[in-house]
Structure formats: structure tokens, C-alpha cells
Design a protein. Structure first.
Length: 207
């Protein structure tokens, strides 16, 4: 009888029922009657249920994690120095206060004042380069001129070398503290060269 109760208790546990009802008195069942039970029932009554816990991976070996397709590209940490941008600003130059002309006897040395003006919006103007001649010079033609400290005005000697009227030109370019260059400025003045006057009382010998 105990064997029968054990079998019935196992079946009731499988179906989620308790074994409390087995305290009820049941009719006596002989061993021959037990043998008439269905083999399938007997098998169920003697097999322990299999429980599967969900949510816990069966394979604990870590798998390769692929990056998501929306991942942002890696940010480069390489920085390139910016090339300085040369910006032209304006400047000017003026010979002898803006006068149109000057003159003297050939060979005479006179003072020639040169006024320089420049203002950069990017920094103080610190240098200038200049060249003088019989025409205005381009920036490329000023390339061989030496840079010198900026001066607002200078007075330098000028020698009259030719008879008649000759144009004298000055070209100048300025540079500020950041390396920005000005446009080339140019000014000119007309120079009249006169022949030397004969010395009084001196005559030329007859030919």
C-alpha cells in the first residue's frame, strides 16, 4: 500500500498537486492490480520532471561582439598647423610733402623727405621695404629689398645727376607683426637738373 501511495504522490507532484489527499483511506490494491496499470502511467510516475531555467545562457564562453553599424568613425588626434594667411592692407608714401617737383644744378645734393603711412587692422605695422628708381616697382621686384624697421618719416640726401626733367619714384611695402603684407604703394616727384653757371670773369680759350 505504501508503494501505491508513493506512485500516486509522484504523479500528483508532476501535475502541481500536493500529497495531502493521500491521507484519505483508499481501498486496498493488490500487487496484481498494480500490474494492470498502463505502462505509460507507470513511467510517468517514476520519472522526475525536467526543469529548464530560462534567461541563463548554456554556453558561458564569451562571444565576439561586433560593432554596431551606426558606430561613429574614430576621431583623429592629429592636428595640422595652419598656414598663415597673407592679407593685403593699405599703406602710402609721399615725397617732399606731396610737392610736384624739385630741382637744382647738376651735382647738387639736396635733402629729400619721405613720409610713410600704414595701418593694419590685424596688428601694428613693424617693418617696411622700399626701392627707388625711374618707375614704380611691383611686389615681385621688391623681393630683393631688405626689410627695415618702420619709420613714419625719414630725410635722406638726394643727388641731382641729370640735366632737364627726370622722374624719381619710390615704392614701398609694409609688414605687420603677424606677417601680413600691405599692397605696394608708390609716389614720384619730378626733378629738374640745371647746368652749372659759368664762373664770372672766366672765358674759354680760343680754339
Amino acid at each position: 500500500m505504501a508503494d501505491v501511495k508513493l506512485v500516486l504522490c509522484g504523479m500528483m507532484l508532476v501535475f502541481g498537486m500536493g500529497c495531502g489527499l493521500l491521507s484519505t483511506t483508499f481501498p486496498t490494491v493488490t500487487s496484481s492490480e498494480v500490474m494492470t496499470l498502463s505502462p505509460a502511467v507507470t513511467k510517468v510516475s517514476t520519472r522526475m520532471p525536467t526543469f529548464v531555467t530560462k534567461g541563463i545562457p548554456q554556453n558561458t564562453t564569451p562571444s565576439t561582439v561586433l560593432p554596431p553599424t551606426w558606430a561613429l568613425p574614430a576621431v583623429s588626434t592629429t592636428y595640422q598647423a595652419k598656414t598663415p594667411v597673407v592679407v593685403n592692407f593699405q599703406g602710402s608714401v609721399e615725397l617732399k610733402g606731396g610737392m610736384c617737383c624739385m630741382g637744382g644744378i647738376v651735382g647738387t645734393i639736396i635733402d629729400l623727405r619721405k613720409d610713410f603711412t600704414a595701418q593694419s587692422p590685424f596688428g601694428p605695422v613693424t617693418e617696411m621695404r622700399r626701392k627707388e628708381g625711374m618707375f614704380c616697382f611691383s611686389e615681385a621686384e621688391l623681393a630683393d629689398a631688405a626689410w627695415e624697421p618702420f619709420e613714419a618719416s625719414v630725410t635722406e640726401p638726394f643727388t641731382i645727376t641729370a640735366i632737364n626733367w627726370v622722374g624719381h619714384f619710390i615704392s614701398v611695402q609694409y609688414r605687420d607683426s603677424l606677417g601680413n603684407l600691405s599692397a605696394v604703394a608708390c609716389d614720384d616727384i619730378s626733378v629738374e637738373g640745371m647746368p652749372a653757371l659759368p664762373t664770372p670773369g672766366v672765358t674759354s680759350a680760343p680754339g
